[in-house]
Design a protein around this ligand. Sequence first.
Ligand SMILES: CC(C)(COP(=O)(O)OP(=O)(O)OC[C@H]1O[C@@H](n2cnc3c(N)ncnc32)[C@H](O)[C@@H]1OP(=O)(O)O)[C@@H](O)C(=O)NCCC(=O)NCCSC(=O)/C=C/CCCCCCCCCCCCC(=O)O
Length: 558
Amino acid sequence: MANYSVRNQVAIISLCSPPVNALSSDVRRGILDSLKKAEQDVKVAAIVICGEGRTFCVGADITEFKSEFKTFPNLFELVDILESSPKPIVAAIHGHAFGGGLEVALACHYRVALSSAKLALPEVKLGILPGAGGTQRLPRLIGIDSSMQWIAFGDEYSAQIAANIGIIDRIFPSNADILESAVQYAQSIIGKSLINRRVSKLPVKDASKVSHIMEKYKQIVGKKSRGAIAPMVCLEAIKHAALLPYVEGMKKERMGIEALMGSDQSKSLIYMFFAERQVRNWTIPGTGINSKNTKPIKVEKVAVIGLGTMGRGIVLSLLKAGIKHVSVMELNKTARENGLLFIKNILEGYAARGTISETQKRSMVDALKPVSNFEMLKDTDLVIEAVFESMSIKKDIFAKLGQVCKPSAVLATNTSALDVDEIAMVTPKPKQVVGMHFFAPAHVMKLLENVRGSKSSPQVIATAMNMGQRMGKVTVLVGNCHGFVGNRMFRHYTVETDFMLEEGAYPEQVDTVLKKFGFAMGRYQVGDLSGNDIGYRMRTKFEMTNKQQPPGAPERER
Ligand SMILES: CC(C)(COP(=O)(O)OP(=O)(O)OC[C@H]1O[C@@H](n2cnc3c(N)ncnc32)[C@H](O)[C@@H]1OP(=O)(O)O)[C@@H](O)C(=O)NCCC(=O)NCCSC(=O)/C=C/CCCCCCCCCCCCC(=O)O
């Protein structure tokens, strides 16, 4: 599905496959048919490829990976056909040019973009490689070093960064009309030679340094992407761009993608991609209430109670989400000072690395509002309690919140296992109470488990879900039960690792094996970070300590 029109000697091929213009077999066919029309029309002197709707193109249609992605024209066939067109083609990028979308753009002779556009080759995050010439064309445009950085990690970059390194030829302001701007640009290049514009024909500038660069990235990938196969295969494919002619390099790229596609790692990552999107569509079982028919409450002012490990991370997540008023309440002076210092240091680090600008950093620091008593929370829209994991302390806090907060305020507890209903019952409006269970470190971990109490209102649930998305979290709605879902799953994992200790392994040995396998942290490191006392208190509550459980009881069975 691609629409075709002609404007002042310029043919316009616009991808039309909402919501993200993924390159399904129909879209690929549409591009090819339109290209033929443009080539045959003597009145057409240049071609623009653009995307209709919110984005240029996010790449191959992942839902077709099982079958149709092989039908003619395959994506790797299409890019070569585009590049060899005798008429100049301009890719007009707004929104995203990701994966196969960027590979299509690389096959065009010119690339222009709105300054707000984002570019990436994120295939590695799906356990594959950019198999439509990305590993061969990108190095010819930006060199081996930058290509390894882009392809082996799959991160997104702004159009400005892409322009600085030579991917984008012209940037337009974010409020410009991308199509109009691209058509004018296309008119300006009519008649110019295409000799240096076919990227597959260009030499790789830093080819002679390939062994050295390869070694550098092998080390980084070995550390950052432990256990993942695709990043290493990506590096190999890019290496071939330096060592082989384009056609031979493409054969190697093809071998790489054939090896990766359908691998267990790729299947799991693709499953995860869709699962992460599916959880946004929450429902309350048996009620007909769901994410589509429930509106969240407007949240501008948020408060976090407690500045320990969890509270600090939650505050940072809120600041990163752009919340302009984050009250922080920590009655212990040392904990308050340490917590605020930690938050400011992390923000400094983000600014030093360029993750946020100095201006953003300043406005985040300004958004932090230390408060010293509950009265000061009376006009807060959402309060997230993140104190010590003790039912009596939490009840005490929620009773106070229930007295001072406005009736519409959402009151959330970050408990990792306690009964959300029991906490809610101490407030005059239990329907305003919900669980928001973050995972440590909360500013890094993407998972947020929102816990639906038996009384939580649909708007309160929608607000917690919406806030999770604003923070960029994979936000999952779960029911209220001991340990919810995350810790119930984690328990089986910890039981097995604890058996290993009983059998004589040291904690660091267990952690080393887990990290080698690919876990970001070992199980015992996680315990140290979250606090081993939490697990101990839970085991005590369930009478699993001090031999109260006789051998053979389910809790002690292997
Ligand atoms: C950041 C995004 C782009 C946008 O994010 P956001 O705005 O939040 O929107 P989302 O909610 O994420 O998305 C909206 C809906 O769109 C769906 N979606 C998104 N991307 C895709 C996609 N690529 N395909 C299909 N559907 C997509 C998403 O699910 C949402 O749907 P819903 O509303 O939930 O229903 C973000 O979307 C994003 O990051 N997207 C993914 C970008 C990406 O990963 N792109 C790369 C894709 S892979 C690729 O491009 C590969 C190219 C090379 C292919 C080479 C083919 C030749 C190989 C031949 C070898 C033969 C081997 C044979 C082996 C064998 O025989 O088995």
